[in-house]
Structure formats: C-alpha cells, structure tokens
Design a protein around this ligand. Structure first.
Ligand code: EPU
Length: 340
C-alpha cells in the first residue's frame, strides 16, 4: 500500500468543465486501488468528507470542498472475452470515455458508437447512466468493480445491482460510497445499427449513407454533437443541465391540447417524457443569460459559463429557468448534474 500523490488546498477550477472556482482541502490522484486503501488506513478516514471525481463534466461546485477529493485516474483498456453472442470489453475508471468508444470500434467490437463524444471518464459513465442518440449505457452494461469506501471491500456489481434508470443509478443514490475501478461492457452480436433517433437517421440520409457502419454512426453522432452542444474545452458547461421530466398521461394530454407542437415520448409505464430543452426554449430562454450564466444558443437545455461564473450564479440562473417553466407549463425541472 502506497499513498497517492496528494495536493493540499488544490484548485478545482480546471477539474470541472463548467470552470467554476472552488478549492479542495486535499486532492488525491488515484491510479491504483491500493492507493485508496492506504488513504483508508489513515486516522480520521471515516469522518473525512469525500468526493469521487472523474472528468468533472457532470458536476456543479458551489463552494470549496472541506475534505478529500479522489480524482480517479485508473488506466487500462482490455478485451475481456468473446463468444458467439457478444464481445466483452473493459476499461479502467480513469480512461476517457470517448477515446474508449473509438478504441472499441478500432478493435472491431462495435456497439457503443451512439455514445460517441460524451465528455467524461469511463468510471463516471455508470453514475449517471449516460445516454444519447437512442442508446443508454445500461443497455450495454455487463458489470463493474467498485471499491466500497466505507468497508474497503471490492464488489463486482451486475446490471441489476447498479439500479440503472434514466440518468440515475445506485452511485447517484448513494453518492460518495463507491469508487468505480473498472467497467465492463457487453456488445451484442451480430451488430445492429441503432438509428431510431430521428437526428441520427437524418444525418446519415444527408450523407447518403443507406447501410451505415459503426464508424459511420460514430462520425454522424460526433457531427451532431459538435453542431448542437458547446465544446467544454471552449465554453464551460456540463451538458444537459436538467433531466427531461416524466409526467403522468393526464398532464401530458392537457399540455398537448394547449401546445400541439409539444415533443413527448411515451414511456413503458404509460407516462410521457417531455423535452426540457423545448420547454425552456418556449419560455424565451434559448441563448438568454442571467449574469455570467446563460443557455446555449443551439440547445436551451445546456447552461453555459459566459465567463467568470461562480456556483451561485449557476444556481440563480437555474432557479429562474425552473420558475419560468413551472409558471408556464406547471412542470418541475430537476437538475441533472451532481451539486456540491
Ligand atoms: N428542443 C427545442 N429547443 C431547444 C432544445 C431542444 O425545441 O433549445 C427540442 C428539440 O427540437 C427536440 C427536443 O426538444 O424536439 C429534444 O431535443 P434533443 O434531441 O436535442 O435532446 P434533449 O432531450 O434535449 C437528450 C439528452 C442529451 C442527449 C440528447 C440526444 C437529457 C437530459 N439529455 O437531450 O444528453 O445528448 O438527448 O440523445 O436526457 C446530457 O445528458 O448531458 C446530454 C447532452
């Protein structure tokens, strides 16, 4: 057991993609599980506030963090197994998600292409059950190994144990309990293109691609994302700021009667998922700002840092948007990123 590299009074502003200013009392960079065990053996571990950090692309920092930030930098990508029904591929929690997706494609094991260009790390992907363009991580999930930060035990969790739901999982419900070490995905054979999301189909049609390869789909998704979503390296943001709200059928029916253009997606349980971006856009918020925080001109669901924003500015803008959407549609918007 060796202690990891630890920085005291660390600046977190470059470690969260919103670019919010905050400091951590201690910041440890974790490359191996024994480094966490060494930290756990220190006196006072149980009482130390802990924050597990990946790429910082789904995090809103509203204050300095008084405890220990564990930045997961565990490397490694591997082919785990292959049989007639699937490929199994795994990566360390610290690997960059998008680079991992492209690596699986280069290895000839497709199935993650719809999730191309999502910012963040492999270890963070199950936390919010990332999803985009017709696919959710849960649909390709085999297992993960997580270190229980309370007991020190490594547990292998399967799909059911992770309690995945729309932008939700065990790791969001029990925040701070687990550090995800490695994630294994199952990529079914034979590969089938997922083109049910209208925009992906339209993008492929535009490029006159009738029978897309996995790489065609990855490239199409990358083009769509570059067009609509701000690059966190250029403009601070954390992707979608609110979840798409799921409402009862009678609520959907009332709104649809008033707003025939209302985008809505029927759910298996009879409820309807509405498009938060559309609701926000209708309230006149697209491209509008409140102080240093605004919504992105191409996608009203994405809040952006227009320069010098602090956590409280983000919360103020978010509250103003929630209030307007509530006043106009009677729909409550729930924040999607993790709030510290
Ligand atoms: N819309 C507007 N105005 C806007 C934004 C959206 O009218 O400013 C309308 C669109 O025209 C469309 C509908 O709202 O009819 C949905 O928009 P879009 O297809 O852009 O998807 P979304 O529901 O806003 C979700 C995910 C994204 C994911 C895309 C593609 C959530 C919270 N967000 O966005 O995920 O990339 O679908 O699958 O579920 C993220 O989680 O950070 C994220 C970017």
């Amino acid at each position: 057991m060796t202690l990891p590299l630890i920085e005291i009074d660390a600046d977190l502003s470059a470690l969260n993609t919103f670019g919010l200013p905050a400091r951590a009392a201690r910041l440890a960079t974790i490359e191996r599980v024994d480094q966490v065990r060494a930290l756990m053996a220190e006196p006072g571990w149980a009482a130390t506030p802990r924050l597990v950090l990946g790429g910082g692309s789904n995090l809103v920092l509203t204050r300095d963090f008084p405890g220990l930030v564990l930045r997961v930098a565990i490397p490694g990508r591997r082919r785990v197994a292959e049989d007639e029904r699937a490929w199994y591929v795994a990566a360390g929690g610290g690997e960059n998600w998008h680079e991992f997706v492209r690596w699986t494609l280069a290895q000839g094991s497709p199935g993650l292409e719809n999730l191309s260009l999502i910012p963040g790390t492999v270890g963070a992907a199950p936390v919010q059950n990332i999803g985009a363009y017709g696919l959710e991580l849960a649909e390709r999930f085999a297992w993960l190994d997580a270190l229980d930060l309370a007991t020190g035990e490594v547990r292998r969790l399967d799909r059911a144990a992770c309690r995945f739901a729309y932008r939700d999982s065990l790791f969001k419900q029990e925040a701070g309990r687990y550090l995800i070490l490695e994630v294994c995905l199952v990529l079914p054979k034979p590969w089938r293109a997922v083109t049910r999301y209208g925009e992906v189909a339209a993008e492929l049609a535009e490029s006159r691609i009738a029978e897309p390869t996995p790489l065609d789909i990855s490239d199409a998704v990358i083009r769509i994302r570059r067009r609509k979503l701000p690059d966190p390296a250029a403009i601070g943001n954390v992707g979608s700021f609110f979840k798409n709200p799921v409402v009862e059928a009678h609520c959907h029916a009332e709104l649809a009667a008033l707003y025939p253009a209302l985008p809505a997606y029927p759910q298996a349980d009879g409820r309807f998922k509405l498009a938060a971006g559309w609701l926000i856009d209708q309230c006149g918020w697209k491209g509008r700002a409140l102080g240093p925080v605004g919504t992105h001109a191409g996608q009203a669901l994405v809040l952006v840092n227009r320069g010098g924003a602090r956590g409280e500015d983000v919360l103020r803008a978010a509250a103003a948007i929630q209030a307007d959407v509530w006043a106009r549609f009677g729909v409550a918007l729930e924040m999607e990123p993790v709030l510290i």
